[in-house]
Design a protein around this ligand. Structure first.
Ligand SMILES: Cc1cc2nc3c(=O)[nH]c(=O)nc-3n(C[C@H](O)[C@H](O)[C@H](O)COP(=O)(O)OP(=O)(O)OC[C@H]3O[C@@H](n4cnc5c(N)ncnc54)[C@H](O)[C@@H]3O)c2cc1C
Length: 338
């Protein structure tokens, strides 16, 4: 379907002899030692495909003339069509992409830094935290990354469906990242069944502490308190409530819990990007106050942080509602009914 630049072939091992490498029953553990880096790499692919698709869509939206600016409808003297970027629905689409790619890039850097801390400094807490975050990074960034390539394609209209503009290739290429290195459904299972209960929930508590610490550190700043930090606080409460439900149900009603695994992964992914946006907003505020850096760039960061908090983060409430609904309606039909 995509990644045609990559020489992939199918290898069948029918009738082949297998030799045990390492100790019996320790295979999963051995596999997971290499998984953090490999899954970070695939999460990065999800982000990177969204990034290049966004860059193309942004250029197209500035160039393509179609429809009149709603603020200029009565102006018969000017040009008969305006660039797509003036239209609020196009702007919504571009803001979704911008909020995702910049948040995702920060999230990937943060995870890479945690891996460095665990490898180079033997930091066990960083190691535990990144183990918790990796399935979110892989699953959320590739699911959302694919959605963002489709959003970018939409900006091209019919030109996005034909091959000439190249945007359809990004959609095809992004699709594999949701599947390989462990399909995203498996990432969600890894998160709720292995990572959430890891060390009695300590890494998960450490993650919540990262969120609370960021909010506490900047809540005196009225400019971002209501517009960025409070929405993050609400989203992290949704995450905490969902985690409590998983802890309660995991043993008693595993089907109930597993039916909500993908929602949990997405809920946590939104909180991760919310945390990144809170940190970026605080850094932008600090630089603006000190008169450092490019003012337009920093103000764009703040505006995008506010957009993310207002228009993207509320998705956590929907994920929590689905998790609360449990597995009953999911599993109501017998296999023969399909
Ligand atoms: C282009 C390409 C390149 C690849 N490159 C490599 C490579 O270099 N090395 C390599 O080792 N592999 C490679 N793979 C294989 C790839 O990693 C697997 O295809 C992928 O991990 C999914 O496994 P599967 O195909 O066996 O799917 P399955 O395990 O059959 O899964 C099918 C679906 O069922 C779901 N599912 C499975 N089990 C459960 C469960 N217990 N609960 C809930 N849902 C479940 C999955 O989420 C998925 O949606 C490649 C695949 C492709 C397409």
């Amino acid at each position: 379907m995509g990644i045609h630049g990559n020489a992939t072939c199918v290898m069948n091992y029918d009738g082949a002899t297998g030799w045990l490498l390492g100790e019996e029953h320790k295979g999963m553990r051995a596999m997971f030692t290499m998984m953090n880096e490999a899954r970070l790499g695939v999460g990065l692919q999800g982000y990177a495909q969204a990034e290049i698709a966004y860059q193309n869509a942004r250029a197209w939206a500035k160039e393509r003339l179609q429809g009149r600016d709603p603020l200029r409808r009565a102006d018969n003297a000017g040009p008969t069509a305006d660039p797509l970027i003036v239209h609020p629905d196009i702007r919504r689409n571009l803001m979704d992409q911008k909020a995702f790619v910049e948040g995702a890039r920060a999230f990937a850097y943060w995870a890479a830094m945690l891996i460095d801390r665990s490898r180079r400094q033997g930091d066990a807490e960083a190691e535990a935290l990144v183990s918790l975050l990796i399935p979110v990074l892989k699953g959320f960034l590739t699911d959302r990354g694919f959605e963002m390539t489709v959003a970018a394609q939409q900006i091209f209209g019919g030109h996005g469906y034909i091959e000439e503009t190249g945007i359809s290739q990004f959609v095809r290429d992004a699709r594999i990242a949701m599947i390989y290195e462990g399909a995203n459904g498996i990432q969600a299972l890894d998160l709720v069944a292995r990572k959430l209960p890891l060390q009695g929930g300590k890494p998960f508590m450490a993650f919540l502490e990262e969120v609370k610490g960021t909010i506490r550190a900047h809540e005196d700043d009225a400019d971002i308190r209501a517009s960025v930090l409070e929405p993050l606080k609400a989203a992290s409460k949704d995450l905490q409530a969902a985690a409590m439900l998983f802890m309660e149900r995991a043993a008693k009603a595993p089907q109930d819990a597993l039916a909500g695994a993908t929602d949990f992964m997405h809920l946590m992914g939104h909180v991760c990007l919310g945390l990144m946006w809170a940190r970026m907003a605080a850094a932008a505020r600090r630089a603006l106050a000190e008169g450092r850096g490019d003012r337009a760039f920093l103000e764009a960061k703040l505006a995008t942080a506010r957009y993310h908090a207002a228009r993207v983060l509320p998705a956590t409430a929907l994920h929590l509602a689905r998790i609360r609904a449990g597995g009953e309606t999911v599993m109501a039909l017998p296999p023969e009914a399909f």
